[in-house]
Design a binder for this molecule. Structure first.
Ligand SMILES: *[C@@H]1O[C@H](CO)[C@@H](O)[C@H](O)[C@H]1NC(C)=O
Ligand SMILES: *[C@@H]1O[C@H](CO)[C@@H](O)[C@H](O)[C@H]1NC(C)=O
Ligand SMILES: *[C@@H]1O[C@H](CO)[C@@H](O)[C@H](O)[C@H]1NC(C)=O
Length: 611
């Protein structure tokens, strides 16, 4: 059956009913640290840290079995945590991570984005969580941030927190505010929430703050109001829903930032993951988000997320926005993504991502010298020279060692941000032409587009605030825990073992090292982190040959595989390169903690492993 193609982008052409949407007059926001930071030098770097999951019940050398969850019994749980398991983080890991940040990072970052889940999971029937514990664990994390990124309890480097689905009880369930959680966190996050944002925060758990006064704001979203598995709310189409209100808030704030000539980062916990069969957000929220990011593509420099624990990125395609689904007239048929994805679930998810990327427009060979006709066709497909058909979500893996504990340092362009550089002027905007009866003010206001004269935003074309690269750091717990160094910890194999020769833990100092750095990485070889660079990477990851529409590795019997393998050999260099990129992508998804043999099991033959 044909899919409905009545997209909003079509409506651009169809309607000329233009009506200005005034920017609401809102008092200007005070910045978190206006006075203390105005003079300080920028480094062009920020830290993204996610999913700390401190667990006060964690015991080293306890059992990693599901019923024991590193809380009791005897087993291989290490001093700094049990890598490659579902156990949460011991305080030793949290403490040592902040010690490492203190010694290595704190003086070289401009701000910190902390994307939620700062309490343990509810994963032990014998030790159910309670409100007090969740708050205490969050307070513990707040204090660590204050110690490292502050001075005598006052922040000196902005830190921006956001809710995780495990920061409330019961997990995933977040009621419209004000509620006991928004009230509690108003207090717990007091050092981070600007005075002028406190009212809005109590209402919905969202806020924004200026991490570079008058230039760059971070909008912290309450992603639980978008989450498909939050049974207390119902999407973003209905005016009475907090998800609807959050988009109104986002629209108004982004319009205000545009007016002030500022740029914005959006952050949240649960990423807008959406593949053929599964989605983590309600479809109406995903639709609005994709539309909003398109309309504010001159403002939003990037978005960061956590929750999924695997390192990857997501592209939102503006052409997927349709009138019917944005207004909730047709419901998506995707299933809610499980809160805790199993290995199989993750494998399916990454494979589906790859299948999506398989269909991305591909650039003609040697784009620079290709014929004008070919070039034009390609640029038309991707929404112009900068790929403005798409927006990007970067998902960082977690500190909790589901694989290895990990952190990300993103570098961005600060040229033109010297103290005496002039503030960018308001470029204005263009009312959206698609206010027709199908989707009128009765339903919701469509954000204005960038001004026709505005240059493409920093997410699209290299300029001030463009994200240039990131370095993914990880701590090899197998080395630091120092329990299984002779045998080498192959994931899962120790689940019935005990470090018998070592009744006392004998840990080494915890240290983070670079897993990969997008700037000097030979496999990804990314010039920067723009949409175009990610489109190219995704398109390369998505390359495979298939008659059935699924990647060849998962396709068919052994004989078929063998035949195909031979073909690759003949094809030579190019094919090998393609395989390496997908291989690197899945290996990095799991922070290098899963060995190739298991990856091969998970993802099928992969045909990635030929040298
Ligand atoms: C972690 O740090 C806290 C506060 O500094 C301290 O009280 C606690 O004993 C430390 N715990 C571990 C396991 O290092
Ligand atoms: C950084 O931004 C400036 C403009 O502000 C631009 O000229 C320069 O090319 C950018 N640098 C990179 C590496 O993209
Ligand atoms: C971590 O350390 C172990 C033990 O030395 C080693 O076998 C493994 O390859 C290391 N993993 C990574 C990703 O560095």
């Amino acid at each position: 059956m044909l899919r409905r193609i009545w997209t909003l982008s079509n409506l651009f052409l169809l309607c000329d009913l233009v009506k200005a949407v005034p920017v609401e007059q809102i008092p200007l926001q005070d910045s978190q640290l206006q006075t203390s930071r105005q003079q300080s030098r920028l480094h062009g770097r920020f830290l993204h840290i996610s999913d700390l999951h401190p667990d006060p019940h964690f015991k080293y050398h306890s059992s990693v079995a599901e019923e024991e969850a590193c809380h009791r019994g005897r087993g291989p749980a290490g001093y700094y945590g049990a890598e490659t398991t579902s156990c949460d983080s011991p305080f030793s890991l949290i403490n040592e991570t902040f010690r490492w940040l203190d010694e290595n990072i704190k003086d070289s970052v401009d701000f910190v984005l902390w994307t939620g889940d700062s309490a343990r999971h509810d994963n032990d029937e014998l030790l159910p969580r309670n409100d007090a514990e969740i708050k205490e664990l969050n307070e513990y994390c707040v204090n660590m941030f204050l110690q490292v990124f502050g001075d005598k309890g006052i922040l000196t480097t902005p830190v921006v927190p956001t809710w995780g689905n495990n920061d409330v009880l019961p997990h995933n369930i977040f009621y419209p505010g004000p509620n006991r959680w928004t009230r509690a966190f108003l207090d717990i996050w007091q050092p981070f929430i600007p005075e002028s944002q406190r009212h809005g925060f109590e209402y919905g758990g969202w806020f924004w703050t200026e991490v570079i006064p008058d230039r760059l704001a971070v909008l912290s979203i309450n992603s639980m109001y978008f989450a498909e598995n939050n049974a207390a709310v119902d999407g973003c189409a209905d005016r009475t829903e907090p998800g609807y209100a959050q988009f109104e808030w986002l629209r108004i704030q982004l319009a205000l930032l545009r007016k002030r000539g500022m740029k914005a980062i959006i952050m949240g916990h649960q990423a807008p993951a959406r593949t053929e069969s599964k989605s983590s957000w309600d479809e109406t929220c995903w639709q609005k988000y994709t539309l909003w990011l398109h309309q504010y593509r001159d403002i939003v420099v990037g978005t960061v997320w956590g929750h999924m624990n695997i390192d990857h990125f997501i592209l939102q395609d503006f052409r997927d926005v349709t009138i019917d689904s944005i207004s909730g007239r047709t419901l998506g048929d995707r299933a809610a993504m499980d809160d805790k994805l199993t290995t199989q679930g993750l494998t399916d998810y990454l494979t589906e991502l790859r299948e999506l990327w398989h269909d991305l427009p591909s650039a003609p060979k040697n784009l620079g010298t290709a014929s004008k006709k070919k070039k034009d066709k390609f640029y038309k497909e991707i929404g112009g020279h900068y790929g403005e058909r798409y927006s990007l979500s970067l998902v960082s893996p977690s500190l909790v060692p589901n694989y290895y504990p990990t952190l990300r340092i993103v570098e961005y362009n600060i040229s033109g941000l010297d103290s005496n550089s002039a503030q960018e002027k308001d470029l204005g905007d263009t009312p959206s032409p698609y206010l027709n009866s199908a989707i009128s003010e009765k339903s919701f206001k469509i954000p204005n587009s960038p001004s026709k004269s505005a240059p493409p935003g920093p997410a699209y074309s290299p300029q001030t605030f463009t994200w240039l690269k990131y370095a993914q750091y990880y701590a090899n717990l197998t080395i630091s825990n120092n329990d299984f160094t002779t045998s080498g910890w192959k994931e899962g194999k120790h689940k019935n073992e005990e470090p018998a020769s070592n009744p006392q833990p004998n840990p080494k100092k915890l240290t983070f090292e670079v897993e990969y750095d997008t700037a000097d990485d030979k496999v990804y070889s990314m010039k920067d982190l723009t949409i175009l660079s990610h489109l190219k990477l995704a398109e390369t990851i998505g390359q495979y040959k298939s008659k059935t529409g699924v990647p060849e590795e998962l396709d068919g019997n052994k004989r078929g595989k063998k035949k195909k393998k031979k073909k690759h050999k003949k094809k030579g260099k190019r094919k090998k390169h393609i395989n390496r990129v997908w291989h690197a992508f899945v290996r990095r998804a799991f922070v290098g903690a899963i060995d190739d043999a298991q990856l091969e099991d998970q993802f099928g033959g992969l045909s990635l492993f030929e040298e």
